[in-house]
Design a protein around this ligand. Sequence first.
Ligand code: KG4
Ligand code: ZN
Length: 353
Amino acid sequence: MYILAIETSCDETAAAVVGDNRRVLSNVVVSQISDHAPFGGVVPEIASRRHIELIRPTIDLAIEDASISLGELDGIAVTQGPGLVGALLVGISFAKGLSYGLGIPVCGINHLEGHLNAAWIENEPRYPYIGMVISGGHTSMYRVIGPDRVEEIGHTLDDAAGEAFDKVSKLLGLGYPGGIEIERISGKVADDSNEITLPRPMISDGTYNFSFSGLKTAVLRLVMELDIFPEKGLGFSGLPRRMSPKKGKGHYIPMIARAFQEAVFDVLETKALKALKDFDMERLVVTGGVASNFRLRNRLAAISKSHGIDLVIPDKKFCTDNAAMIGIASIRYFIEGHVSDLSMNALSRWKIP
Ligand code: KG4
Ligand code: ZN
């Protein structure tokens, strides 16, 4: 069985072809980063317009890379939500048109279920596990007993971890997307440096929930107290625009970035260990854009070794948004015949299960 998967929930136009043996035959991701970077974040209207321009060539390339023809497809999987409705509708409309034209079924997939399934690309799924989706839109923890037995045990009460990376990057006068910038600049500071420390929100509150907006405010306060940026650099929201620090103040930026990164990762790691212990599990799946961070991957690898955890983190390219994960998540629905019809609509919010 060949499935064409389409993902347009945010700022990546992505298409992939996967087989029901969990193999990825092609995986094309066209990033819109340069379109959104001048605004320091994703602009929904721009995202929708770019998806419309990019979707056809992206799908053509995915079909070509897979060395198959459209006529060989057995089904189309498409992200139905959660995400930006205008962006989702581009993928959904295209998928419906193609499904009608080719006479093959279409299946709407939950983006978060897609992220979890990235762990099982070219890999037989192993259950049960504690799953963490750490991205720009979500930071959620799941107790996963089987493919259709997924229970959300915690989520962020405010910003997602990736969103906090993006906002802190902006505060530090760095670029967008923030995760990559913060990771890069943190690498300039030794791992055992503790010159600057930041709070670890909700680290021992006894839940599996998160809060990252206070941490972002703590960074803002620090930036103000240390008087890092020239006054004219502050935008009207009080946040510095992408700009250079005052003379002699530049060395603070990597230190703050690193302190922020360690604070976020301490919280994520502590909650992961707590969930594994509380639910008596030995397997941890960590996915989403933030899971592409090498420091987090190394930290998790270290605790998996010391605690005997079966750690599954997808390849970097499958942690950030992609269509292959949507295709992999759809396999069981196509096999079971649980497909959608042409009345399928975009869902801005949609929890698993
Ligand atoms: O999963 P994803 O591609 O899209 C969503 O579903 O949100 O995640 C994007 C998020 C962004 O907030 C980005 O800053 C963050 O993942 N991110 C990172 C890294 N690469 C991307 N965060 C930390 N370190 C990274 N290396
Ligand atoms: Zn995502």
